[in-house]
Design a protein around this ligand. Structure first.
Ligand SMILES: *Cc1c(COP(=O)(O)O)cnc(C)c1O
Length: 359
């Protein structure tokens, strides 16, 4: 099955059709064997950073790094920016995993879980005073919720000292994130970027780099100060995923500014939510009842495990891949990506499938 078959998995997910041509171009241009200390690589890397800033609306004074995954970012942030502990606000499997990984390295790290239908209550939030890093998952891929911009701003205002770190793995490049309102943002590219797995983008505010320099942790190949020093010349501490950086560059070149993508994605999200709410049988319902916290990029639909299994099987027979549920919702939900690489026409096919079978 080609990757362009109807694939609504929220990561790894459908890649842009153009990736096929870009792969050939990379081969023909001799990109696959270039040295990562060469001028050619530096040019691609520099260009990609500039494109990320331009297309995603990342402030000019923020720093951009290439890592291999969001999971690696969890580790980098804990190693290099947390002296004592981080504090995590989570409502799903990815946010919780982040805390678990942080604890392996900084055992004093803690957090609080909040309800999937609730917004984070910033005003009443109790955060230990000596926290180095405050961690949130902007888009919780496991249950299809999101933390919206005003909440992030409130956190930033109420807790001015710790760095605010945001996992935006399944929303960056899909929605217009306000980078200025937090210190650290990261995402791997196999979700909203519409690219193959094996690369992630880490975005840091100037004060993040200032802290990293103060702490000056240099024990690992991916220590943030060392990454920073190499990135001054658009290089990495190790041989990076040059092919994927090249693909990222090519995809970004053809993408509109994020403002436009955001408009399309949020509009399509509202249409999909309305569709499932109004037109589909009551045996299948939206997992998240509160419209205010529903994700724009990942939808979760709930049903009896037997029905969920049947829906996925029936869809597969029509060449439609739905995302499995994840974590606590593995059996009683399926997920649908609303990512920019998936054309509108494919959502019409998806809706027709549901209208025909589950209306
Ligand atoms: C997919 C995902 C991750 C993990 O990404 P990797 O690239 O596999 O490390 C982390 N956080 C969120 C919110 C995700 O959706």
């Amino acid at each position: 099955m080609p990757d362009t078959a109807l694939n609504f998995y929220p990561g790894p997910s459908r890649v842009y059709d153009q990736v096929k041509d870009y792969l050939n171009m990379a081969f023909d241009e001799g990109i696959l064997g270039i040295q990562h200390r060469s001028e050619k690589f530096v040019e691609i890397s520099k260009n990609t950073v500039a494109l990320l800033k331009k297309k995603l609306n990342i402030p000019q004074d923020y720093y951009v790094f290439f890592t291999s995954s969001a999971t690696e970012c969890w580790e980098i942030l804990t190693q290099s920016l947390v002296k004592q502990k981080s504090f995590h606000l989570y409502n799903g499997a990815f946010g919780q995993k982040w805390l678990e990984y942080a604890r392996k390295i900084r055992p004093e790290s803690t957090g609080v879980a909040f309800d999937v239908n609730a917004e984070i209550n910033v005003a009443d939030l109790q955060v230990p005073t000596d926290v180095d890093l405050l961690c949130i998952t902007q888009n919780e891929t496991s249950n299809g919720t999101q933390v919206k911009e005003p909440t992030i701003l409130n956190l930033f205002n109420r807790f001015p000292d710790p760095l605010i770190a945001v996992d935006a793995t399944s929303s960056m490049a899909g929605i217009n994130l306000k980078y200025i309102k937090a210190d650290i943002w990261y995402a791997s590219v196999q979700k909203c970027f519409g690219l193959p797995a094996g690369l992630a983008v880490l975005v840091c505010s100037p004060r993040t780099i200032f802290r990293a320099k103060q702490i000056n942790e240099r024990r690992y190949y991916n220590s943030l100060v060392m990454m920073y020093e190499k990135m001054l010349n658009y290089q990495t501490t190790h041989t990076p995923n040059v092919l994927n950086i090249y693909l990222l560059n090519k995809v970004l070149e053809q993408r509109p500014l994020i403002k436009l993508t955001d408009k399309d994605i949020t509009q399509r999200a509202h249409q999909l939510y309305d569709f499932f709410q109004e037109q589909i049988t009551g045996n299948l319902s939206l997992l998240i009842e509160n419209p205010e916290v529903r994700s724009y990029t990942v939808l979760a639909v709930k049903g009896e495990p037997k029905l969920v299994e049947e829906v996925k099987k029936k869809a597969a027979l029509q060449g439609i891949t739905l995302g499995n549920g994840y974590g606590a919702w593995a059996k009683n939900t399926f997920r649908i990506a609303n990512f920019p690489a998936i054309p509108d026409a494919e959502y019409e096919v998806l809706k027709n499938f549901f209208l025909k079978n589950y209306a």
